[in-house]
Design a protein around this ligand. Structure first.
Ligand code: NOJ
Length: 505
């Protein structure tokens, strides 16, 4: 629940947003990093090249889930990374968030290292470092090697813990002399719910009450088993890092979740309590164990016996096993209490929360997100209140748009301008936020809509065999900001006037 101080801060923020919130790079702490990001399957392409084997995301995309689109070629980052790093340099990007494709580095998930995969990631990391761009590396971005899913059910089995630790060990050993910021799992909560409850992301499992034509799954229990195994695997990898590498490499290992911000639909007590429950399920479910050693009370109560329990040993290993929390935040939802969901048979994650999501402006998804920068402020403020001073990285934040060929992405500029401004307000109010990564650098393969939707600062011309990159208005705006220029609305107009607008089709 919002504390009175948070409420006052929120009012302050709304006033700041109304002012237009002019600020500059220099207003942020000197060691704060601004970057952008992508993930292996969405960016690299070369899916069948140099020994890489399929991941569960390859399989999911190839079975038509993204309207036939796949990451087989994507942005061809496997071959074009040097060109892209040049663009990052021109933009003054300070950090780049990337992920390693497990099945490129260790084909089939276990066994010998693929020398070509090792060479690619060494080159990519070296290229970033030699240009002064900090690599922030994620180990698992929805792309478990398919072989491990086939062999023992992947994340549904505890066998995953051992294989994940060997993979993490390989990455720490091979790249840890240059990589200081590691994230074990991207969007651990959404991976568990999207993949094993809703059937809406790899590996596409679901069962009733979800009606999504999945060939397998058990929505009532699988997301909770997967979440549990993820925590075990994450904490085992962190334990290894601390024992074997921390003293020489001095790096940091964190964990990433997706989080909406949630506000009550009405000010009724029921809606206020339901809103806190939404935070418990989306944030607390996987973050509470990392900080306090156990699941939140409301999650335990509503999920009951379907929620795996930690042994004392596991709880101790998990508690405190993060150096930072990574959050992916895009939008804010309005929450209404819905106790009737607790009456249905075969409950899943979504019904266990017992809420109804209300959109305040009609159907707001999926064309573009409503701009609610105060939601990022609320989220950062909440993380501070719930988890104390632990460092936070905004790992993903950005505006969705139809990919229609225009480079004039004014809504993305407004989104970035206001969300970054909101983050600054949270920092001024004591949030220990240490970095911001705009999602995403280029329009590549998108989880939500293949090549039909985009989040990129650069448009990639898919009809051109060189996959030429074109800066959008947002790339100019971000670059100006990173170069220390003003972010006022005037600055946005200036950028707009000098921008080449390309219309296709
Ligand atoms: C979530 C995921 O981490 C990323 O892969 C995806 O493209 C974006 N957010 C947007 O959907």
């Amino acid at each position: 629940m919002l504390q009175p101080s948070a409420f006052l801060s929120l009012l302050f923020l709304l006033a700041a947003a109304a002012r237009g919130g002019d600020y500059s790079r220099a207003d942020f702490p000197a060691d704060f990093v601004f970057g952008s990001g992508t993930s292996a399957y969405q960016y690299e392409g070369a899916a069948f090249e140099d020994g890489r084997t399929p991941s569960i995301w390859d399989t999911y995309a190839h079975s038509g889930h993204s309207g036939g689109a796949t990451g087989d070629v994507a942005c061809d980052g496997y071959h074009k990374y040097k060109e892209d790093i040049r663009l990052m340099l021109d933009m003054h990007l300070e950090a780049f968030r990337l992920s390693i494709s497990w099945s490129r580095l260790i084909p089939n998930g276990r066994g010998p290292i693929n020398p070509k995969g090792l060479e690619y990631y060494n080159n990519l990391i070296d290229e970033l470092i030699s240009h002064g761009i900090q690599p922030h590396v994620t180990l698992h971005h929805m792309d478990l090697p398919q072989a491990l899913d086939d062999e023992y059910g992947g994340w549904l089995s505890r066998k995953i813990v051992k294989d994940f630790v060997v993979y993490a060990d390989t990455c720490f050993r091979e790249f840890g002399d240059r990589v200081l910021y590691w994230t074990t799992i991207n969007e651990a909560n959404i991976f568990s719910v999207g993949g094993y409850d809703e059937g809406a992301s790899p590996p596409g499992h679901c069962s009733l009450p979800v009606q999504n034509n999945c060939s397998k799954g058990n929505s009532s229990i699988e997301p909770y088993i997967v979440g549990h195994n993820i925590l075990l695997a994450h904490s085992a990898a962190v334990k290894l890092y601390k024992k074997k590498y921390k003293s020489t490499q001095n790096g940091f290992v964190g964990f990433n979740i997706y989080s909406f911000w949630f506000v009550p639909y009405t000010n009724s007590t029921e809606d206020v309590i339901a809103t806190q429950r939404a935070k418990d399920f989306y944030i607390g479910w996987l973050v509470d164990p990392l900080i306090y050693g156990d699941y939140p009370r409301s999650v335990k109560k509503n999920v009951g016996k379907r929620l795996p329990a930690f042994t004392e040993y596991e709880s101790k290993q998990i508690k405190g096993s993060i150096d930072f929390i990574g959050v992916n935040h895009y939008t804010t939802l309005y929450i209404k209490d819905n106790p009737s969901n607790l009456q249905i048979d075969n409950r899943d994650f979504d019904t266990d929360i017992a809420i109804e999501i209300k959109f305040k402006q009609g159907n707001e998804l999926p064309d573009q997100y409503p701009i609610r920068p105060w939601g990022l402020y609320g989220l950062l403020e909440y993380l501070k209140q719930a988890y104390g001073d632990i460092p936070v990285y905004v790992h993903e934040n950005g505006q969705l748009a139809r990919r229609n060929g225009t480079l004039y992405d004014k809504s993305r500029v407004e989104y970035m301008h206001t969300y970054i401004g909101s983050m600054l307000d949270a920092i001024k109010n004591g949030s220990n936020t240490r970095g911001y990564f705009h999602w995403t650098f280029l329009d590549c393969f998108e989880l939500l809509g293949g090549y039909g939707l985009s989040f990129g600062l650069y448009y990639v011309d898919l009809d051109d065999k060189y996959l030429t990159r074109y800066p959008k208005l947002s790339a100019h705006w971000y670059s100006n900001f990173l170069k220390g220029k003003s972010t006022s609305s005037n600055a946005i107009t200036e950028v707009g006037d000098s921008t080449f607008v390309r219309q296709t089709g």
